[in-house]
Design a protein around this ligand. Structure first.
Ligand code: DGL
Length: 334
């Protein structure tokens, strides 16, 4: 069955419709952030499925079910393009979603594979990802489809997801402390040990490029880069995905119109909204101001939502117009 978005009920011109993005939790925010940077006039609806995170250890069928459910919910919010900002979900459900929905669906694997294949000089590429992604074999296949002469070494590094989901809650500093290779941020010895166990075998394989095949991992660049060595290039698919979104919309003539005031809405199934809210605001430090939460009457079990809105007067400045926020809630709470 092809599911299409209901463009008739919305008064908004189709080009100004939001981009729908989702992940199993916080990780996809690294992608949403790049999309917001690359396409500041595009509105975004983000869903982080924190209540069911991690996806990595689950079966492909179960994750595929989540993918179809969340995509259906996003399409119901009139999005014009879907971004699966989760490698595990891409491996399990991208093809099915592309067959099912009438709007473009962009996944995480091909953009990262393409960037790695272009970057490697010695044609030895490492991939770290969740168990689900590694077992699907999607990265070696995608990289070798581009250059069959590349040798790919993949390792499942599931504890990195926990480190991000938990570590991020404990840390206070700017997000750049975690995502920057040059960062001098304090890293717990226990985390260093886990990283050494995972990455030492890859170091011995003499890779020159390492794909961060999970959208959570760019938040561990400081940790991963420190252990694997700064001579290994870290490739994250977030920037590549943002470029792919731009190219796809541009080719289809579906970029938001010039001067469109972007609206960023974030929804989560997380039981603790404050946490999601404070982390989300750190990732989106500049343009996002107010967060409010309310029960979401969707078919996603016990889902809640967090709504963030850019200032209608100046997208770069915090917005403290409560009235505007209430209007936003009214619009979201349908
Ligand atoms: N962010 C997800 C990915 O890119 C992984 C996290 C999880 O296991 O849910 O694969």
């Amino acid at each position: 069955m092809i599911v299409s978005s209901d463009r008739v009920l919305s008064n908004r011109p189709f080009n100004d419709a939001p981009i729908g993005i989702f992940d199993s939790g916080f990780g996809g925010l690294t992608v949403a952030r790049e999309i917001a940077k690359e396409l500041p006039e595009e509105s975004i609806v983000y869903f982080g499925d924190t209540a069911r995170c991690p996806y990595g250890p689950r079966s492909q069928d179960e994750v595929d079910g989540f993918v179809q459910q969340i995509c259906t919910w996003l399409v119901g919010r009139d999005v014009k393009l879907l971004v699966i900002a989760c490698n595990t979900a891409t491996a399990a459900g991208l093809e099915h979603a592309q067959q099912r929905f009438s709007i473009p669906v962009i996944g995480a694997v091909i953009p990262g594979a393409r960037a790695a294949a272009r970057a490697t000089k010695n044609r030895r590429v490492g991939v770290i990802a969740t168990k689900g992604t590694v077992e699907s074999g999607c990265y070696p296949q995608a990289i070798r489809n581009i250059d069959a002469g590349i040798t790919v070494f993949s390792t499942a590094t599931p504890k990195f997801v926990d480190i991000v989901e938990q570590g991020i809650r404990m840390s206070r500093g700017p997000i750049e402390d975690l995502t920057s290779l040059a960062s001098k941020v304090y890293i717990r010895p226990a985390f260093q040990e886990i990283a050494r166990d995972y990455l030492e075998p890859l170091r011995r394989c003499e890779i020159d490029t390492l794909v961060l095949g999970c959208t959570h991992y760019p938040m561990l660049k400081a940790l991963i880069g420190g252990v694997i060595g700064h001579n290994v290039l870290l490739v994250s698919s977030a920037e590549e995905m943002a470029k792919e979104v731009r190219e796809t919309l541009s080719m289809r003539g579906e970029l938001a119109h010039e001067g469109n005031i972007a609206k960023h809405e974030f929804f989560t199934s997380a039981p603790n909204l404050d946490e999601f809210q404070s982390f989300g605001s750190r990732v989106f430090s500049g343009p996002i101001s107010i967060f409010l939460a309310y029960n979401l009457k969707a078919d996603i079990a016990s889902a809640f939502s967090v709504c963030m809105r850019a200032c209608p007067l100046d997208r770069r400045k915090p917005c403290l117009l409560i009235g505007q926020t209430i209007a936003t809630i009214a619009r979201c709470a349908t």
